[in-house]
Unconditional design. Sequence first.
Length: 206
Amino acid sequence: MSIVKLSNNGVKNATAFGSISSLGSMTFIKKLTASSSGTLSFVNGASSVVLDSTYKEYVFTLNNIHPETDGQKITFQSSTNTGSSYGVTATSSAFDAEHSEGGATSFSYNTSGDLAQGTAYQPLSQNNVGNDNDQNAVGILHLFNPSSTTFVKHFIYTGSSLNSGDYLSHDFVAGYFNTTSAVDAIQFKMESGNIDAGDICLYGIA
């Protein structure tokens, strides 16, 4: 019988599937804070940003993203020329689960939130985030092996947003940038108007 040994620090040894010598770690790289900002951009090599072969996976955390204009989605796109242009061809799928303060519910695939070999900015929040003082969006975006010159670049997002109609939306997005060039910059912006407040942090996963 195989035995899995555990400790307070997590899995130390898993004989069922071979030994695990290292569980990896999350390394903080950069935090950008919005203040009526049109865009927030993470460009490899600029302002202490690392977005290259140092890590095979990068994680962006979106915290309290508040739109300046009511009813907007937070979006993102990538660049293969260190931010000179954004608009790498992508294919994605998106769906969400909703629950209103009044108790109404829904679950749907969002054709308006996906891309089919498109170059537009990818919506992350799948409903229109409100700009009331207490409304915002949060989420986690994973970007895999962006420096690869062999494979396309997959991304996965899950988040939560409070929209202008007082609905809580649990948002799910996944897709890939259809390029074998290295992705070396990521930019976030609202569909329209500025990011009034909030911050986005970048981490590398060893």
